[in-house]
Design a protein around this ligand. Structure first.
Ligand code: 6GU
Length: 228
């Protein structure tokens, strides 16, 4: 999978060299590249934003640098590109979307700052060949820019690619694979710690009863109730 992130802060993506995605890159499963949006400006000040039409507070990112930067990525690619425009007004990211994105050949993240990217950028690429546009938010709160959101999505998506996670069984069992279910609580040795014992059922060796207990506990947890 190719992953490209366009941003005015490409250094934000340095941690992707570490940990999971680091491994995925080493094994050539994921090819990540951060692109500096300012490389696609032509004025002396490398301007990427301007005041909003219609008035109001804040600044809007100009469409021209975005168009140039995205075109440069598209022109170098012969694959279908999933252009992910990060905006708090987008569709909320979840595990279903992560699974969809994990099948992409090329994820291209447009990380906006300020009051977002001129809306015509999304409109333009919606009618472009070989591009699918996704406007995505990672939750109901406001971040200063899409960079951290892109990192969240990259981590959620890349770990679903075969070969990125050491033990694929840990993918099959984990939280959110079924709608509304959240993972059951986990315990390891010692069996008694600071007066808190591991639930007896887990020591019973009865795998049928253990599976039932875990389902119940997972459901309690997903309602925000503590495990019993
Ligand atoms: Cl994708 N961007 C920004 N700026 N804020 C957000 C977000 C994205 N998702 C949640 N809040």
């Amino acid at each position: 999978m190719k992953i490209t992130a366009i941003s005015i802060f490409p250094e934000y993506f340095a941690p992707l060299e570490l940990s999971l995605i680091g491994k995925a890159r080493e094994h050539k499963i994921v090819d990540f590249k951060a692109v500096n949006l300012r490389d696609y400006t032509y004025d002396n000040h490398h301007t990427v934003d301007d005041t909003p039409y219609g008035g109001g507070a804040g600044m809007v990112m100009k469409p021209e640098p975005w168009g140039e930067a995205i075109d440069a990525v598209i022109d170098k690619s012969d694959q279908l590109i999933d252009l992910v425009i990060l905006t708090p007004a987008g569709k909320q990211f979840n595990q279903r979307v992560a699974e969809e994105f994990s099948n992409s050949a090329h994820l291209l993240f447009a990380c906006g700052r300020y009051e977002g990217i001129d809306a015509r950028v999304a409109d333009f690429y919606r009618s472009a060949k070989n591009v699918r546009v996704h406007e995505i938010s990672i939750g109901d709160y406001v971040l200063n820019g899409g960079e951290v959101a892109a990192m969240v999505i990259i981590e959620a998506v890349t770990r679903l690619i075969p070969g990125v996670i050491g033990n694929p069984d840990s993918l099959a069992e984990e939280s959110h694979n079924e709608l509304g279910s959240v993972e059951y609580p986990s315990y390891t040795k010692p069996a008694l710690w600071r007066g808190h014992a591991v639930p007896e059922i887990l020591l019973s060796g009865n795998h049928g009863e253990i599976a039932k207990w875990r389902t119940t506990q997972g459901k309690l947890r997903s309602k925000g109730e503590p495990h019993k």
